[in-house]
Write a protein that binds this ligand. Sequence first.
Ligand SMILES: Cc1cc2nc3c(=O)[nH]c(=O)nc-3n(C[C@H](O)[C@H](O)[C@H](O)COP(=O)(O)OP(=O)(O)OC[C@H]3O[C@@H](n4cnc5c(N)ncnc54)[C@H](O)[C@@H]3O)c2cc1C
Length: 403
Amino acid sequence: MNVAIVGGGAAGFFAAIWVKENNPEACVTIFERGSRVLAKVRISGGGRCNFTNSGEHLKNFTKAYPRGANFLKKAFHQFSNHDAMRWFEENGVPYVIQSDGCIFPESQRSQSVIEALSGTARKLGVKVVTSLGVNNIIQNDDGRFTLILGEGMRDTFDKVIVTTGGTPSPEWLAIFERLGHKIVPPIPSLFTFEIDDEELHELTGLVVEQAIVSIVGTKIREEGALLITHWGVSGPAVLKASAYGARILNEASYRCDISVNWAGVVNYSLVVEELNRVVAEHGAKQISNFAPYGLQNRLWRYLIAKSGISSERRWSELGSKGINRLAERLTNDIYHVTDKGAFKDEFVTCGGISLECVDANTMQSKVCSGLYFAGEILDIDGITGGFNFQAAWTTGFIAGKLK
Ligand SMILES: Cc1cc2nc3c(=O)[nH]c(=O)nc-3n(C[C@H](O)[C@H](O)[C@H](O)COP(=O)(O)OP(=O)(O)OC[C@H]3O[C@@H](n4cnc5c(N)ncnc54)[C@H](O)[C@@H]3O)c2cc1C
């Protein structure tokens, strides 16, 4: 069996490894258009590669996927995050689990993951061809596939696994449309929010560990750390909100209002209660000298000023009107988002090959027998935390079972 893997990323390597594990006689070739394979793995997780997640902070692992949750539910039965942890450990990548569930190589270097993937592929006899892109895929009358490589070279394969990742060009997607697949328009997910507010920008670098970010007018409400940047806001709470809101935000040209809950407490009356407790216990202190919820002083002063309350005043002088003003500011601080941030730290693509056209048990196309998909080319994307690589390992593993 002659198998072509189009794309030398995480999903392509994992698929190639498993094709060889399952069919040692198969001739497996990875075609990578770039000069280097596994380029995204190298830069991922700030060069440390957050390659999966323990899932312990989630009721259900699939909750981490704004798109593809149902499809992956079945797929994870075949290859889960625990299988990925085991595979990497057995292939020379001992790992550490952070308190937030993110899993990194013990070495804290993405190079360890690259060596495990490329070393295993080499040992199994996978051929890797770099600087040679696939420009077209044609299905012949006998069901086999002719690939147009580079400037027009042709080669024929029995099976093809497409693992070309996110940000596909319209011409690339058109090839699959011609082969009968439905395409979900690709758009960005996991981005930061641009907010045009100089006073907020002055707080650059400040992190609130447990904030809640909601997109006004939607049900999207995400918790986690929030980072103030020189262009707006970032951090896990923002990235998650961007992922769940990817389509809505795209339709709104990335303009929306967000509500920030700095207290990390949804219930408004609990916040009022907490502020009244501060009045009772620290009434003589100046408001600016005692910040509730462990908020940093710089942020607290900014919020007091924004509430129109003099920082000279004492807690005991606030009165119920003042308490309500602060509670409102702490739980529902509205900002206008003017665009998505240009910073692409964890950027992934939502959209791609519609899951309607792919069998979750095999990753084989339902409309073009012998053609398989894995990784980000599929309309699957996860929130930040190792979930995107997990989707690549799982779908790559299953595609690698091709017969
Ligand atoms: C900066 C950054 C950091 C990230 N960090 C993390 C992280 O820590 N944890 C996590 O889970 N996810 C992370 N992600 C997301 C993760 O990297 C991707 O989801 C994952 O790499 C997808 O794997 P893939 O194999 O599907 O695609 P890719 O890794 O994108 O690989 C696709 C490959 O196909 C090649 N290709 C494309 N078209 C062709 C063609 N026509 N012919 C031949 N080759 C082609 C490309 O050059 C590329 O090498 C990060 C993403 C970015 C951008």
